[in-house]
Design a binder for this molecule. Structure first.
Ligand SMILES: *[C@@H]1O[C@H](CO)[C@@H](O)[C@H](O)[C@H]1NC(C)=O
Ligand SMILES: *[C@@H]1O[C@H](CO)[C@@H](O)[C@H](O)[C@H]1NC(C)=O
Ligand SMILES: *[C@@H]1O[C@H](CO)[C@@H](O)[C@H](O)[C@H]1NC(C)=O
Length: 372
């Protein structure tokens, strides 16, 4: 009996409590806030800890720069956060968050940062500098950013994912990152970059450059990327693919998205390095002919279950594509190619390419061995 009493007193003293044991509800409240800061101090932000190490701080209800400063000027008992979130409705007039100054977060570190829909135009290179060794995902989509410190990305040694879509960036600066796997910078209209912009991002697997007003993919842009898997150039102004547009060192490409451009032709060897089951999306372009010297090498890359989507192209379906239907010494077998184009690829008049009559090609293009 006696030692139990002593223990309670010792524990109470260690917790800085009065000598009478606290009511159970009070203990519960305390247990709930740690390791998060006291709720009242950080309003309107909220903090929750799914595990003692996984704190998420959600500041979506913050409307102004001053609000943000006030929250982070309070004392945080623990400084290492898993996630920091600000998700604003970009159309809301209440949203007056225009900047995050470099000392805003003091010494607080983050693993995932998600700031979306704000009025922020510029990110200072030191805003997240205490997160150099922790930051894995930086998601700044859908803001008004026209100035981003690409050169400082080299310092974020764990950075895996950088998402900058739907901003107003005029330029993707060449930068270095030994860790980056995903770079998404689509829908920044008229984004400029140099042919060697990816040279120092050796682990890159996923690149999204959709909707950036691109007229030409620079030759050899992917020449040093040993693991590139997804490439998205949808919704651009591409017209012609030069040779070596896609020439990665390995056959690593699994998704090549070139839909909704104005591509009417490509040169032989424009696209190489696709996996046997790759999806190549060329839907809604201006291709009229599928000549053998250009298109067979592309289809031959994806014979292991891959597809080339060409719906929405004004294909003539003339003798230019007879090689897909007639067995020749250079084709694997005539029945192999049309299915790769799927049921959705049609000629200019809506006929499905896959089900074109072999005899038409035999009669008009090849040696006529059809019976009628
Ligand atoms: C590829 O690597 C070589 C050798 O490091 C370099 O000279 C070249 O500029 C790189 N090309 C691109 C497009 O990254
Ligand atoms: C990819 O290419 C590099 C350089 O050409 C090579 O060292 C590496 O083994 C290749 N990886 C695979 C998975 O083929
Ligand atoms: C082409 O060859 C395949 C396999 O050898 C055969 O099944 C098919 O009927 C041939 N098609 C034509 C049009 O000759």
């Amino acid at each position: 009996m006696a030692w139990r009493c002593v223990l309670v007193v010792v524990v109470a003293a260690a917790m800085g409590l009065a000598s009478s044991p606290p009511a159970p509800e009070a203990l519960l409240l305390k247990a709930k806030s740690l390791p998060c800061p006291p709720e009242a101090n950080i309003l309107p932000c909220t903090c929750h800890a799914s595990t003692p190490y996984g704190m998420t701080l959600d500041c979506s209800l913050i409307n102004t720069n001053d609000d943000l400063h006030r929250v982070f000027d309070t004392t945080f008992p623990f400084k290492n956060f898993q996630k920091f979130i600000i998700k604003h409705d970009p159309g809301s007039l209440d949203n007056k968050l225009t900047e995050i100054t470099k000392d805003t977060f003091h010494k607080i570190t983050f693993v995932n940062v998600i700031i979306q829909g704000t009025q922020i135009q510029s990110i200072d290179e030191n805003v997240f500098s205490y997160s150099h060794e922790t930051l894995r995902q930086l998601d700044l989509r859908n803001n008004k950013i026209n100035d981003f410190p690409f050169e400082s990305m080299v310092s974020y040694t764990e950075l895996d994912t950088l998402l900058l879509d739907h901003n107003e960036l005029p330029k993707l600066e060449k930068f270095s990152s030994a860790s980056l796997v995903t770079l998404s910078i689509g829908n920044n209209p008229n984004l400029l970059f140099t042919f060697d912009v990816l040279e120092n991002i050796p682990k890159l697997e996923n690149l999204n450059m959709e909707g950036i007003g691109l007229r030409q993919i620079p030759q050899h842009m992917f020449i040093n990327l040993t693991s590139i898997f997804t490439i998205n150039f949808n919704d651009n102004d591409l017209t012609k693919l030069e040779e070596y547009t896609l020439d990665p060192p390995n056959t690593s490409v699994g998704r090549l998205l070139l839909a909704n451009n104005r591509i009417y032709t490509m040169l032989p060897d424009a696209l190489t390095g696709c996996q046997p089951d790759a999806i190549i999306d060329l839907a809604n372009n201006d291709v009229t002919e599928l000549t053998q010297n250009i298109w067979q090498p592309l289809l031959d890359q994806v014979l292991g279950g891959g597809n080339v989507y060409m719906t929405g192209n004004p294909l003539k379906c003339g003798c230019d594509m007879d090689w897909m239907f007639l067995n020749t010494s250079t084709t694997v077998s005539a029945d192999v190619y049309p299915p790769i184009l799927t049921d959705y690829t049609t000629c200019f008049d809506g006929t499905q390419v896959r089900f074109l009559d072999v005899c038409i090609f035999e009669k008009h293009c090849g040696s006529n061995s059809c019976v009628n």
